[in-house]
Write a protein of this length. Structure first.
Length: 268
């Protein structure tokens, strides 16, 4: 059984569920091929090992436009809960469990379940599958929700959660320099040819004034944060590189606060 890491943000569907089905919901997902056998057991959060950021389009990929079931509990011992279940043609069960504390994705092979013969003959109910794989969730509180707008709302929430832009900080340490403050204090005219080759390999130089894409906090109207920056598209993501030498240098500021304001808040 494969379980994905938790992610919690119930805000996006709160209004929808209050008006439609008196519930709130959250989903995260991670695209993963295949389905590895394992015994049936409740969700064990100590086993949530997979990267949750790659998990966001799981519902749209494996549930939307496929025959699946959404179960909702507006109130339960665990609070509001939404569970989506789908069985693919090769017999892999996929389950999304959404609560106010996070979301879990589970993949489990149908062949690993001990299904009574009469259920094989007359059909295996989804709630029975949930009882076998996820006995910790409040099965008795779940009700099937067939509202036509629910799948689209789940997809929209995934789209809003996907982060399509990132920012990275870059500075150069010249020979003899070892400290961050030294790198941040290097003026633009100190850039070596190798450094310029490196940043141009990372992305394309762009003129900030009038820039319409992802700006990562840089000024695109008054040149207060420099005239140019380095930008690239990668696998559908927009990436802006905060290059310290391209951000205005203040000779009276030993800490270079303006440069540090960007570089210090970057992911890398």
């Amino acid at each position: 059984m494969t379980v994905a890491a938790p992610h919690s943000d119930f805000r996006y569907l709160s209004t929808y569920f209050v008006k439609r089905i008196s519930s709130t919901c959250n989903t995260t997902s991670q695209e993963q091929k295949g389905c590895s056998p394992s015994g049936s057991r409740p969700i064990d959060r100590s086993m949530l090992l997979q990267d949750r950021e790659c998990d966001l389009e799981f519902y749209q990929t494996y549930f939307r436009d496929k025959n699946h079931f959404n179960y909702v509990a507006a109130t339960s011992a665990q609070g509001p809960i939404v569970v989506s279940v789908v069985v693919d043609p090769i017999g892999c069960i996929r389950i999304l469990i959404r609560t106010t504390t996070g979301s879990d994705r589970i993949e489990h092979p149908m062949s690993a379940l001990n299904i009574p013969w009469f259920k094989r003959v007359f059909g295996v109910p989804c709630l029975w599958i949930l009882e076998q794989i996820c006995p910790a969730i409040p099965i008795s509180a779940l009700e099937l929700c067939q509202h036509s707008e629910l799948p689209q709302e789940l997809v929209r929430m995934e789209e809003r959660q996907i982060i399509r832009s990132h920012k990275f900080g870059i500075y150069q340490l010249l020979p003899g320099q070892t400290l961050e403050r030294q790198g941040l204090a290097n003026p633009c005219d100190s850039c070596t040819p190798d450094f310029l080759d490196f940043v141009n390999w990372l992305g394309e130089p762009i003129r900030l004034r009038g820039w319409k894409g992802y700006r990562a906090g840089l000024d695109v109207s008054g040149d207060t944060t420099g005239e140019t920056s380095i930008f690239t598209h990668w696998n559908g993501y927009q990436v802006m590189f905060h290059c310290a030498p391209f951000i205005p240098f203040n000779p009276n500021d030993r800490q270079q606060v303006e440069r540090r304001r960007f570089i210090g808040n970057d992911i890398v």
